[in-house]
Design a protein. Structure first.
Length: 557
């Protein structure tokens, strides 16, 4: 077969095979080689290089897209979580100040105080809160609640999961939710530190917060630590309900006093109102929405506040202090109001005895069961309670004593009176015998009360130039101190000049430890001007007494 014909035949077969492969959709790769005048044909499946490349590009794009979506999702999740965490941290460092009543002020660190105009405001870490005649509350992110009494100031620090109350003056009541192992809540005063993990407790500072503080529990336990180890070595590590710890750094013999919270103490205004707030706190789910409305509408709180308009505590004691170590009658007073000194009665009269007594710390009188009445030196009482009576007493000079026993301490007051027989008095005056008349007269002659006298004071008003009055400031509060020496005397018609224990001194109705003709007294007050009443009582050998009063005023220019 000629070569040209053979070649055409081969090409025809090739075309035929290609057509078959094309019908089978199999790509063919034709390779024609010419060697020495001959043509060799290799047939194989045809590869679509362009299509394969496109597929790989598509796959790579899809993979990159998936990776991008996953990466973006992870980034968004982590970033959002971080933002949320930061927001949560910021929210936890803020706290909400709530005004219940009166004037409440606040300031951010290194700024001036501003008056809170509305009911509440969100404040940042390390802000200050101050009350004058106002009541305020602080609500924290963990739902713990701090109540702040009138005339108080605190600084609040919230960092990480720790809450620190720096109490500068006044009184607080702390309600702490159960904390985790990483959380901490503490109240710091100038004298000590109270740390808790979930309880209710109060902290009250004295007129000079550097030297006097009281801490008490009403639920759970409070751990206490020393603020100054050199001064508070006897500070207990833990007090539990119903304990009370009092710190008086000026008392060198017993700076720390720990005992049970007295029942009388629970009758104080601050204690009573906060026990009501405790109930509201325990029963309210969302404090941020309901607390202010519930506080302002509670009838019991309104009643307590209206009946107790005075200061939370007196300048010389804490409202809730434990008084078991009191031995100078400096916390409780008792006074006979009937009969009056040297009052004269007849043998036919019924004599009424009454006493007025007042506890400046608890602001409550003695209970009747703690009061007893005695006549002369008789050790058997003739009556009990705030009032008693005696009838048909024989003629003579008498003294009546009322005694009040409070927490193992004895307080008393005495009054002298005279009982006359009108018949014997008239008959003795008409006696014919001068000697018997003289004898009768001397035997029935009543004892006259002595006279007390306070020497004229150089000034009635003392300030930094006439006293001098010393001003000592701490935080934003100041203490004004006056060191004063007062002289006095007592004279009795029968005994003559009175000395020693016959002369007793009182400051604002509180018996001083000093007796005799000279009193050296340190007067302290946190507010000026302030009036102090000085009494000197002179008592004769038969118990009759006379009292003189002077008033001084402490001021500061």
């Amino acid at each position: 077969m000629p070569a040209s014909i053979q070649k055409k035949h081969v090409l025809k077969e090739v075309n035929h095979s290609a057509k078959i492969n094309e019908e089978k959709e199999l790509p063919m790769e034709d390779s024609v080689e010419e060697m020495e005048g001959e043509i060799t044909l290799n047939a194989a499946p045809k590869k679509d290089k362009k299509g394969t490349k496109s597929k790989w590009i598509l796959i790579v794009i899809l993979v990159l897209l998936v990776i991008s979506l996953i990466s973006f999702g992870l980034y968004f999740f982590v970033f959002k979580n971080r933002i949320d965490t930061q927001k949560g941290t910021l929210n936890k460092t803020n706290f909400t100040l709530i005004k219940e009543s009166g004037k409440v002020e606040f300031k951010k660190e290194a700024q001036d105080y501003k008056v809170l105009e509305g009911d509440e405001i969100s404040l940042p870490n390390k802000s200050f809160v101050k009350t004058q005649e106002g009541l305020a509350h602080v609500l924290f992110a963990n739902n713990s609640l701090l109540s702040i009494d009138k005339n108080s100031e605190v600084q609040i620090e919230v960092e990480n999961e720790d809450i620190n109350i720096n109490q500068l003056t006044g009184s607080t009541w702390n309600r702490v939710k159960k904390l985790t192992n990483t959380e901490n809540y503490q109240v710091q005063t100038p004298t000590a530190l109270a740390t808790v993990r979930g309880t209710k407790f109060g902290v009250e500072l004295g007129p000079d917060p550097k030297f006097m503080a009281g801490m008490y529990t009403v639920e759970g336990k409070v751990g206490m630590s020393q603020k100054d180890g050199t001064l508070l070595n006897d500070l207990p590590s833990l007090i539990e309900f119903p304990s009370f710890a009092e710190i008086k750094l000026k008392d060198k013999e017993k700076p720390i006093n720990v005992g049970n919270l007295l029942p009388e103490a629970a009758q104080g205004r601050w204690y009573q109102r906060n026990r009501i707030v405790d109930l509201i706190y325990d029963q309210t789910q969302d404090l941020s929405l309901k607390l202010i409305q519930l506080l302002k509408s509670n009838s019991k709180l309104l009643e307590i506040d209206s009946n107790n308009k005075g200061p939370t505590r007196k300048d010389n004691c804490l409202e809730l202090m434990d008084q078991r170590d009191v031995n100078k009658q400096d916390k409780t007073t008792i006074k006979i109001t009937k009969p009056t000194e040297a009052q004269v009665f007849t043998t036919k009269d019924t004599i009424n005895f009454e006493t007025d007594n007042f506890n400046p710390c608890t602001q409550n009188p003695f209970e009747d069961k703690f009061l007893s009445w005695y006549l002369n030196d008789n050790q058997t009482s003739f009556g009990s309670g705030k009032s008693a009576e005696q009838a048909n007493l024989p003629e003579g000079n008498y003294s009546a004593t009322v005694r009040g026993k409070y927490n193992k301490n004895l307080y008393e007051d005495r009054v002298n009176f005279v009982v006359k027989d009108p018949i014997s008095s008239s008959s003795s005056s008409s006696s014919s015998s001068s000697s018997s008349s003289s004898s009768s007269s001397s035997s029935t002659k009543p004892n006259n009360p002595p006279t007390a006298n306070i020497s004229p004071l150089k000034y009635s008003t003392y300030n930094s130039t006439t006293g001098p009055v010393i001003k000592t400031c701490f935080g934003i509060g100041c203490i004004y101190t006056l060191n004063l020496t007062v002289s006095g005397s007592g004279t009795d018609p029968e005994d003559g000049n009175l000395i020693g224990n016959s002369l007793t001194w009182y400051i604002d109705g509180i018996l001083e430890a000093t007796t005799g003709p000279t009193l050296t007294k340190t007067f302290q007050t946190s507010t000026v001007p302030k009036n102090f009443k000085i009494d000197l009582k002179a008592t004769d050998s038969k118990g009759l007494s006379g009292t003189v009063t002077k008033t001084i005023t402490v001021k500061y220019p």
